[in-house]
Design a protein around this ligand. Structure first.
Ligand code: OSB
Ligand code: MG
Length: 367
């Protein structure tokens, strides 16, 4: 297989519900899609970077730039292109995992489609459905939060994750725990605290959380280990786990008991699978995180979340959670679960006229 032509397409989709975290407020989802035309047919990738750096160093314009100028020429030079060879060629450039994951995702879609194999089978999926959790943004008031969470509980989600930050932590978590004594509940701080907040965070132990996700900075592994010794609530790392190597280090240091895996954060689905393997070898449960992806990104995430070590509900949601009209046929949840696509490649295609309607910019790169 050889890469022949690539289309980098920026789309902008209004969010059906605004999403606020300790990083900022999102009203719409500005996304970079990558269509790779290869000698064996097309494939699609989705970049999870946000317009601004915040979650990590990467941002959309920067990702588009490194893809166009450096990653695509390295991949286009390969005569026998495979997903693993694409990843190896891109490894010559340090960093930029979300940009690399976008290219790898599209190459893998094209390569698997040509081989009539699904992402799920290729990655080693053992499940046909995935348990869904929902990530709930910071609300204006506790009353509005309770109303929003009630809606999600009624829709059947199997776990609620509350975004927290200093000033919005113990009270919202207490309110939701009191109103819903039996739900699986967890909190995500997106690195908004420091070890000096350890005693405050220990008050979360009263609310029987499944985990506290990324309380401290992404580089603060030793501080997370110190915090873990002061809390009963298990610590999960998201931003800190940038590779299988980082996962091994974090587990060895006692910095986390659970790992959130996002392919974009770690450079692609192949590295995501290696993190899964490391965690399974250490008996550390993993779950699949999300970045407000379209149906394309969610299709790949569903395949990943069907691997055996993914034993906790994913941040994988039906299309309607974020988008009135998704770019793929709508992803639907039934009894808090979503089916893993079984068709070749991602198993879902973008609806080109819908994509066209959301498009704000298109650049074509010839290999
Ligand atoms: O930390 O998991 C996170 C969204 C953007 C950036 C970081 C995170 C998130 C989410 C969204 O929590 C979860 C989802 O896609 O449903
Ligand atoms: Mg997170």
């Amino acid at each position: 297989m050889k890469l022949e032509r690539v289309e980098l397409r920026r789309i902008d989709i209004p969010l059906s519900t605004p999403f606020r975290t300790s990083l900022g407020l999102e009203l719409n989802r500005d996304i970079l899609l990558l269509r790779a035309d290869t000698s064996e047919g097309p494939g699609w990738g989705e970049c999870v970077a946000m317009p601004e750096p915040g979650y990590s160093e990467e941002y959309l314009d920067g990702a588009a730039e490194i893809i166009r100028r450096f990653l695509l020429p390295a991949v286009a030079a390969l005569d026998e292109l495979t997903p693993a060879r694409a990843a190896a060629a891109m490894a010559a450039f340090p960093g930029h995992p979300m940009a690399k994951a976008t290219v790898e995702m599209a190459v893998m879609d094209a390569w698997l489609r040509a081989r009539r194999t699904s992402y799920a089978d290729h990655l080693g999926a053992v499940r046909t459905v995935v348990d869904c959790g929902v990530s709930v943004g910071i609300a204006d008031t506790i009353g509005l939060l309770i109303a929003e969470v009630s809606g999600y509980v009624d829709q059947g989600y199997r776990r609620i994750k509350l975004k927290i930050e200093p000033g919005w932590d113990l009270e919202p978590v207490r309110a939701i725990r009191e109103r819903f004594p039996d739900i699986a509940l967890q909190a995500d701080a997106n690195a908004a605290y420091t070890l000096a907040d350890a005693r405050h965070l220990a008050a979360l132990d009263a609310f029987d959380l499944v985990m506290l996700e990324q309380p401290l900075g992404s580089g603060d592994l030793r501080d997370h280990a110190a915090l873990a010794r002061m809390l009963r609530t298990p610590i999960c790392l998201d931003e800190s786990i940038t590779s299988a190597r980082a996962a091994t280090d974090a587990i060895g240091l006692g910095a986390c008991a659970i790992v959130n895996i996002k392919a974009g954060r770690v450079g692609g689905y192949l590295e995501a699978r290696r993190i899964h393997d490391v965690c399974v070898a250490h008996s550390v449960p993993v779950w699949c995180g999300g970045m407000l992806e379209t149906g394309l990104g969610q299709a790949a995430n569903l395949a990943l979340a069907a691997l055996p070590g993914f034993t906790l509900p994913a941040d994988i949601v039906p299309s309607e959670r974020y988008f009135a009209t998704d770019v793929t046929a709508p992803i639907r949840m039934s009894e808090g679960r979503i089916a893993v696509p079984g068709g070749p490649g991602l198993g879902l295609e973008p609806m080109l006229e819908v994509v066209e309607g959301y498009t704000t910019d298109v650049v074509t790169v010839t290999g």
